[in-house]
Design a binder for this molecule. Sequence first.
Ligand code: B12
Ligand code: SF4
Ligand code: SF4
Length: 378
Amino acid sequence: MPRPPLSPDSIRELATELGFELVRFGPADPGEHAGHFLRWLEAGRHGEMAYLHNNRERLVAPDRWRAGVKSTIAVAADYGGPPGELPGGGRIARYAVGRDYHRWLGKRVKKLRSRLEDAGVPRGTMNGGTDALPVLERALAVRAGIGFLAKSSMVISPDRGPYLLLGELLTGLELPPDPPATGTCGTCTACLDACPTGAITAPFEVDARRCLSYTTIEHRGFFAPELRAAQGDWVFGCDICLEVCPFTKHSQNRTRTGDARPQDLQPHRVVETYTLVDLLELDEARYDAEFTGTAMRRATRSGLRRNAAIVLGNRGDDAALPGLERALSDADPVVRGHAAWAIGQLDRRHPALAGALARETDAQVRSEIANAQADTGQ
Ligand code: B12
Ligand code: SF4
Ligand code: SF4
């Protein structure tokens, strides 16, 4: 059995020096979490995230794609902080406010790997990343004792709370497993009660198709009108089930603002400067030049513009009408359709809707315009 060239304590120290708030050792397989994941897929709760279904065999058994893997070095970064808000309104989930975590956290995990290699762990025997490997990161983190599995399906650290980004290094080293984290949800149901879409269908069960983090980020194209109103002010992702959680007070970055925050967590320029109308009118060149390096890029330009239209409709501010009217002539049918919905929320008799219907040729957009004009009793 290969033994670590470094003691487990020195591995922990190295990882802590690199800035990880939590470092724990556990098995390199998801154990009993695998069955739950497979049932979740079978129920179709992954929606259009086909990569989860296509990679299911690798996800539930890392030794199928990495022979000899024995342990996980599970790491977590506490990213809690003030709400992410665009100037003039429109909310961004906290994890996406700063630099893209795939970059800064991913780089940190790679650094840990190269430090361990420098210390004698054979090169090429470890795989690491954050949201980059075909693994169930929450399962590995729970099994390593980073946190407990909460009713919101988040991994919550009793010491740091729910605002944790997870990463891991899978290794062939035998590392002594850490004990499970203490803490449970107890009788609390705050996240189930607060979720605006009912996406937490039961404790520990999230139907991704209803989660705003899915509809605003992963879902392409049009989405169900009843979920648009529930989106409220959220332009990208949603933090409600974390915000209402009593464990949130344990996040040690929660109250740090401005320069007191770690640099990677400081708001990206686009979050500080873009208004909802700027986002609605985002062109390809600015999207490429200004959104590179943000997690928001994942939603695609069309998705960000669609989300901005929905939030403008939800905010009910007539000042958004000129921008929404321009969007009725946009080249992207998804933007046209959601702009029509938003105008309908503000004023269903608005003449721009009739004008748009007269020239519109796309069947789905035509139906959006007709629905926007319909008397819904508002
Ligand atoms: C797909 C995905 C999503 C989907 C689906 C989320 C979901 N709850 O299923 C969507 C797009 C909705 C999403 C949303 C968010 N996500 Co996400 N997402 C993922 C991803 C890529 C895969 C997760 C997955 O496989 N889901 C399927 C479900 C079934 O598995 P699971 O979420 O791991 O949940 C476990 C439990 O359900 C458990 N389980 C449930 N019941 C029971 C019962 C028993 C007895 C047992 C043993 C286990 C068990 O089994 C599962 C496996 O452990 C991971 C990265 C990764 N590769 O793991 C990030 C990840 C889970 N997401 C993350 C984050 C931060 C978020 C958001 C907070 C982002 C935001 N603010 O907008 C929200 C949170 C919403 C929520 N309440 O879950 C973090 C979670 C960190 C943490 N502390 O838990 C991850 C780990 C990314 C990372 N590297 O940090 N996400
Ligand atoms: S992220 Fe928002 S929509 Fe998704 S489960 Fe949590 S509260 Fe519900
Ligand atoms: S809000 Fe309550 S039920 Fe939900 S995750 Fe936090 S402690 Fe658990």
